[in-house]
Design a protein around this ligand. Structure first.
Ligand SMILES: NC(=O)c1ccc[n+]([C@@H]2O[C@H](COP(=O)([O-])OP(=O)(O)OC[C@H]3O[C@@H](n4cnc5c(N)ncnc54)[C@H](OP(=O)(O)O)[C@@H]3O)[C@@H](O)[C@H]2O)c1
Length: 347
């Protein structure tokens, strides 16, 4: 019999917070759910997430009384805060969790990029600032269920991968051990990838009929992919990644191309045989076929001289909140599918 968990979401008014609430409310092992928000404290959840009206009638909390979880057998915190915020707040939060006697058994899953990269120089290069609490980095496991499934069991601090990074990881991991030093990769993302706060790059009239590249060969997610692949069979990889902003709201489509290696399809099929949230398709993966679900679609094509690996996923689910719950399930020894076994919707 598994222990029900008490979940708290930090930064719950954002897109990640909304997806966590939508998915967690139907999780079979959930005991209680609290949503914290600085911007929406005291307001009902539906003020930020209209789709939750009638399902979750509670309001956002402005402050958390961590002592209220002192008797919880399994406290869980999801941080859906903007990048940099959890790293700033973590030392204080850890002290509060310690005072409440929950810091050892509490599972923290961070959706941001704050704890994904172990090397502090790499972090600084990728994010353009020094890490505020480097001493905490080694406490975190990088939550890639397709390779860390077993090591996640019992993990208490989990760094959830980035959305582009998830797509790239899935395309690259089965290549481990091959003599590959260069891959060309591109990825297109929808506007929800930039979060709920409007910015120039996400404003609808600017974006809805446009398609452009950004952060060319310089996207911060490359660093976490490099770090994962360095320990998973591609230590000398040069990943040349060009991200694009697509006229979509949700979704990521990534293309990874390698020279030669024209017989990779069976290798991918074998690698993902036991991965419940990666399915292989014959022609093209479709963003629309995975929207709202934790499933990633993948295809492998070859022309006899080169190979293209294609991946589609929902950036807010497999690229964020869904994968965070998948990681929690693995950490707690629950069924990996718990709360997540829903298909995408098309049309
Ligand atoms: N969007 C994606 O596709 C995606 C995918 C993977 C990972 N991520 C990462 O997941 C995290 C959440 O992303 P999101 O898309 O949900 O972002 P979001 O919609 O912008 O929400 C982030 C939340 O962080 C808080 N916040 C924002 N600016 C802040 C500031 N300056 N100081 C303190 N708190 C601030 C707010 O929380 P309150 O509710 O407290 O006001 C806000 O609701 C980010 O770190 C992001 O990089 C995003």
């Amino acid at each position: 019999m598994s222990t029900p968990f008490d979940a708290v979401i930090l930064g719950a008014a954002g897109y990640g917070g909304g997806e966590l609430l939508r998915l967690l409310m139907a999780h079979p092992h959930l005991a209680s759910l609290q949503a914290l928000s600085r911007s929406h404290a005291g307001k009902p959840l539906y003020a930020a997430h209209p789709g939750l009206r009638g399902f979750l009638e509670q309001s956002f909390l402005g402050e958390m009384d961590w002592q209220s979880l002192a008797a919880s057998p399994q406290p869980v915190v999801f941080s859906a805060l903007a990048h940099g915020e959890l790293a700033n707040q973590l030392p204080k939060l850890e002290a509060q969790w310690k005072a409440a006697g929950i810091e050892q058994r509490l599972v923290l899953v961070d959706l941001s990029g704050d704890f994904r990269i172990q090397n502090t120089d790499t972090f600084e290069q990728a994010y353009g600032r020094k890490h505020p609490c480097p001493e905490r980095l080694s406490e975190f496991v990088y939550g890639c269920p397709e390779v860390h499934g077993k090591t996640l069991r019992g993990a208490r601090r989990i760094a959830n991968p980035g959305c582009f990074a998830t797509a790239l990881n899935l395309a690259l991991l089965p290549l481990a051990g091959l003599d590959i030093t260069f891959v060309a990769a591109s990825g297109a993302t929808g506007s929800s990838g930039s979060g709920a706060h409007p910015q120039a790059g996400t404003h609808h009239p600017d974006r809805a009929q446009d398609f452009r590249a950004y952060k060319v060969l310089n996207h911060q997610h490359r660093a976490e992919v490099d770090e994962l692949m360095a320990t998973h069979g591609l230590p000398n990889l040069h990943l040349a990644f060009v991200p694009h902003s697509a006229p979509l709201v949700r979704g990521i489509f990534a293309t990874v191309q390698v020279e030669g290696h024209t017989d990779l399809a069976p290798r991918f099929a074998d690698f993902y045989r036991h991965a419940p949230f990666v399915r292989t398709v014959e022609d093209s993966p479709r963003v629309a076929a995975v929207l709202g679900s934790n499933m990633a679609e993948l295809a492998v094509h070859s022309d006899g001289r080169s190979t293209a690996i294609l991946v589609a996923l929902d950036n807010l689910v497999k690229g964020m909140a869904g994968q965070a719950i998948q990681n929690l399930n693995l950490a707690l020894g629950l069924d990996e599918l718990a709360g997540l076994w829903n298909p995408g919707r098309l049309p």
